[in-house]
Write a protein that binds this ligand. Structure first.
Ligand SMILES: Nc1ncnc2c1ncn2[C@@H]1O[C@H](COP(=O)(O)OP(=O)(O)OP(=O)(O)O)[C@@H](O)[C@H]1O
Ligand SMILES: [Mg+2]
Length: 279
């Protein structure tokens, strides 16, 4: 691909993302669950899930522990196949993990290679993506800068804080140039301030790249703050219990957005749902 077509494609992806965030009908689906059920050893964990995620959309999944959020994310990533129903990705059946889909795990400690520096960890993803050796240093520098780690290229994961390690994991995922990011409680282990910083960085990355984001969290406010839509799952078996469209304007702001009357109404609705789902 030439630099020019790459720029055009990135531009098109940005437009698709921006369009999707404006909402409205006729948006192209990137990921579609049609009647998806999953059973582990005969026990139904997810039951007849219908879910469509548009290109460029940010969809957050909440629900009580054990309701099947991680399982849904693994299905959407192609790491698990449904027991019944079908999953389509970009209009074709999803047949397994894809290089253009990146997964960010909560446990960044396990996701990073301890014997490689920050630059080395990012380089690994570029090596896997077939980026020529000569082009790697510049890409590594740009990716580390994008996640706020421009001066930490030579540090090992053990020399970095939790927030820095999670940033590094995100940089490594971005090296794949993913069209979708699957995130399973990625900020769960971080302190509140770092968490908010990373939420905003993620929104910036999403706005600039047009990437589609499937985001699992326990934090109801985080789900509303980030999402275009929030899906609440009911447990035993896992099924869709509530779907909230989040029309809060973007760019969002940690203080103003969270103080908006609409944010507080959505928070109350989601909180009431979770309370009843846990009963
Ligand atoms: N590999 C597996 N084999 C058997 N059962 C499993 C497996 N993975 C998950 N489960 C079961 O499926 C159900 C849903 O698990 P899942 O991890 O998807 O829940 P979750 O909503 O992500 O929970 P949490 O909020 O605690 O992360 C649970 O009852 C869990 O015990
Ligand atoms: Mg989970």
């Amino acid at each position: 691909m030439t630099a020019e077509t790459a720029t055009k494609e990135l531009g098109a992806a940005r437009l698709a993302g921006a369009d999707a965030r404006r909402g409205g009908a006729g948006r192209d689906a990137l990921i579609e669950f049609a009647g998806v059920s999953l059973a582990f050893a005969g026990k139904t964990v997810l039951d007849k899930i219908d879910l469509s995620i548009a290109k460029g959309e940010i969809v957050c999944i909440v629900g009580p522990s054990g309701c099947g959020k991680t399982t849904a994310l693994r299905l959407a990533s192609g790491l698990l196949a449904p027991s019944a129903g079908a999953i389509a990705f970009n209009g074709a059946p999803l047949q397994g993990p894809r290089r253009d889909v990146a997964i960010v795990f909560q446990d960044y400690g396990k996701a990073l290679l301890p014997w490689r520096t920050a630059a080395g960890n990012v380089s690994l993803a570029l090596e896997a993506a077939g980026t020529p050796r000569k082009a790697r240093p510049q890409r590594i520098g740009a990716l580390l800068a994008k996640v706020g780690l421009p001066n930490h290229a030579d540090k090992y994961p053990s020399q970095m804080s939790g927030g820095m390690q999670q940033r590094l994991q995100i940089a490594r995922c971005l090296a794949q140039e993913p069209i979708a990011l699957m995130m399973d409680e990625p900020f769960g282990a971080l302190d509140a301030m770092t968490r908010q910083e990373l939420q905003d960085e993620l929104l910036d990355i999403a706005a600039a790249s047009g990437a589609t984001i499937f985001f699992v969290t326990h934090d109801l406010e985080e789900a509303i703050y980030l999402g275009d839509r929030v899906i609440g799952l009911l447990p035993h078996p896992g099924r869709v219990g509530i779907e909230l469209k989040i029309d809060l304007p973007r760019p969002r702001d940690q203080v103003a957005t969270r103080e908006a009357a609409q944010f507080l109404r959505l928070r109350r609705e989601l909180y009431d749902f979770i309370k009843s789902a846990e009963r």
